[in-house]
Design a binder for this molecule. Structure first.
Ligand code: NAD
Ligand code: A1AUG
Length: 542
């Protein structure tokens, strides 16, 4: 077809609330019951074929009831990784040759399927496999993934339309080529939306992909792969390998056609990947694109002029939604003494103690369990460190119990030492440290908070005095890639708050925006001269 097409105007998917008695709640509960009865074979998908990895088996369980196995996956071996890379390379010419409209239509169809008949499945899988409540699943596996799919098409369309100027007699053009090679997408446990976005964004731009989800997210990842297939994704475009990834990286990062990594996860793993890529750099056909969104130690800073009700709610939701397992979660707060001793301390502790964490299929619960035994051990160790230190005092929580699920109580502690390890280390759990400062030492507290942790992902300032908001915004300019004024530091929405941070928090390529998509293309400039010169001599030569 010969036409310059426009694309549907992207819009954010409305969030359903699953209130008691609502039809959407009944429908989701039915799907939860069905999926909880499954014991799925969580296969790899290579060249459109589903088969088990050849390495050892891994049980995928419900974190809030770890005796309940949802499915079994297997670690992918070097040979499995070779098969995935081969499939990605084989599919590349076919996928590149499809028009942008054909590629976009697949992902737009995936968005509509997810908004409709697939919504309950992805939400139920995310609730059971990652211990999210109905609301936390809805904003992730339904709305955010739908938004990524729709908005990426809109941003990509604008990027492709980006063309240079032409002087008289010349036609300059930009050919927005996919990368030469394949992309390696490695995704974290905590967001089904991120797991779906990291392989699909480079694929939309014409690249083929090897995708390695986290084993603890494999239940929802399995259904995400089925969703892409149902939307018409051809075999070999996204090849999903399972397991821990070490053996996959040994193969992928040594391949000459490795063209980029699209990573979200911990800072430690991204730095390890970066080092390996650096060591292998001479092997590659092109310099690989390195895109990584990583850890955070996200702050909330309050001024004495802050609205204390808003601050209280932001701390509770920011720190304890999804058990603190958002990279954006508030994990350190800086509060003036007048607000803290004027009632916030007791109120925050009482609210934290009142939050119910339990089985997420019981919709009365505020939260579920932390993801696995490794996370549980990290949190119990942190709680021991905090409770054993004279500088810190636990005000709420501080306990954990893994007898049935990996439960860690919402914990609030106060610490007189703002340089304490608990203010610099990412625990990635429901643990909030508070440093209380004298009201007249606000500027000192902000300056210290700015650079004490190596991260710069999200942060909030609470104040009603506009001069304070202005000053803090400037002083904290490089301390957070997503900065919030009088709001919690979590809950970025695609198309509204492009997400990502710098320093040890990543390359800040802003998932779900054109900043990210531009990394998956390699422009070729074309200059066509209609009437080329036929005399090599210049006029000044006489
Ligand atoms: N900045 C962001 O946008 C963002 C978003 C979500 C999560 N996170 C971060 O992610 C972390 C939590 O997620 P996680 O526990 O899944 O992180 P993780 O780093 O443990 O794992 C991330 C992924 O890397 C894989 N992996 C580990 N070693 C590998 C290797 N050698 N080769 C290939 N893959 C390998 C894991 O299996 C998983 O798929 C936190 O640090 C959090 O802050 C950041
Ligand atoms: N985009 C999400 C965080 C993703 C990281 O885990 C938020 O803004 O809360």
């Amino acid at each position: 077809m010969d036409a310059v097409f426009s694309v549907p105007e992207p819009r954010n998917e409305p969030v359903r609330d699953y209130a008691p008695g609502s039809p959407e709640r009944a429908s989701l509960q039915r799907r939860l019951a069905e999926l909880a009865e499954e014991r799925l074979e969580l296969t790899m998908t290579i060249d459109g074929q589903q088969r088990m990895g050849a390495g050892p088996a891994i049980d995928v369980v419900q974190p809030h009831r770890h005796g309940h196995v949802l499915g079994v996956t297997h670690n992918a071996t070097n040979a499995d990784a070779v098969a995935a890379v081969t499939a990605a390379k084989k599919a590349a010419p076919m996928w590149r040759a499809l028009s942008f409209e054909d590629r976009a239509a697949i992902f737009l169809r995936a968005a509509e399927l997810l908004a409709g008949p697939w919504r309950d499945t992805l939400n139920a899988a995310t609730m059971l496999g990652q211990s999210k409540t109905a609301y936390q699943a809805e904003i992730d596996s339904a709305c955010e993934l739908i938004d990524f799919l729709r908005f990426n098409v809109g941003y990509a369309h604008k990027l492709l339309a980006e063309q240079p100027q032409s002087s008289p007699g010349v036609w300059n053009r930009l050919d927005h080529r996919p990368l030469e090679g394949f992309v390696y997408a490695i995704t974290p446990f905590n967001f089904t939306a991120i797991a779906g976005n990291l392989p699909s964004a480079p694929a939309l731009m014409g690249n083929t992909v090897v995708w390695k989800p986290a084993p603890t997210q494999q239940f929802a990842a399995h259904f995400t792969m089925r969703l892409f297939e149902a939307a018409g994704l051809p075999p070999g475009v996204i090849n999903m390998v399972t397991g821990h990834g070490v053996e996959v990286s040994e193969v992928v990062l040594a391949d000459p056609d490795f063209a980029g990594v699209h990573f979200t996860g911990s800072t430690k793993v991204f730095q390890m990947l970066w080092r390996t890529i650096g060591e292998n750099v001479a092997r590659y056909r092109s310099y690989p694109r390195l895109v990584g969104e990583t850890g955070g130690k996200d702050f909330v800073i309050a001024h004495a002029s802050a609205d204390v009700d808003a601050l209280h709610t932001a701390l509770v939701r920011g720190a304890f939604d999804y058990q603190g397992q958002k990279c954006s979660a508030a994990s350190r707060a800086y509060v003036p003494r007048s607000l803290w001793e004027g009632g916030l301390r007791d109120r925050l502790a009482a609210t934290a103690d009142s939050l119910s964490y339990g089985d997420v299929t019981d919709f009365r619960n505020f939260g579920g369990a932390v993801i696995d035994a490794r996370a549980f051990a990290r949190h119990t160790k942190a709680l021991e460190l905090i409770s054993g230190d004279d500088a810190c005092r636990i005000l709420a929580g501080g306990t954990a119990d893994d007898s049935e699920g990996y439960f860690v109580r919402p914990t609030v502690f106060e610490c007189t030492d703002p340089a304490h390890e608990s203010f610099t280390t990412e625990y990635f759990g429901p643990i909030l440290g508070v440093h209380v400062f004298d009201d007249d030492r606000f500027e000192e507290a902000v300056a210290q908070a700015e650079s004490i942790a190596p991260y710069a992902l999200t942060g909030s300032i609470f104040a009603t005095d506009r001069r304070v908001i202005d000053w803090a915004g400037e002083t904290l300019r490089y301390a957070a890639g997503n900065f919030y004024i009088n709001d919690k530091p979590t809950g970025a929405v695609v198309g509204q708050q492009p997400f990502g941070g710098a320093r040890a928090s990543g390359t800040n390529d802003k998932a779900g925006s054109w900043h990210n998509l531009v990394r998956w293309m390699s422009p070729r400039t074309i200059k066509e001269t209609f009437v080329p010169p036929t005399d090599h001599r210049y006029p000044h030569m006489g």
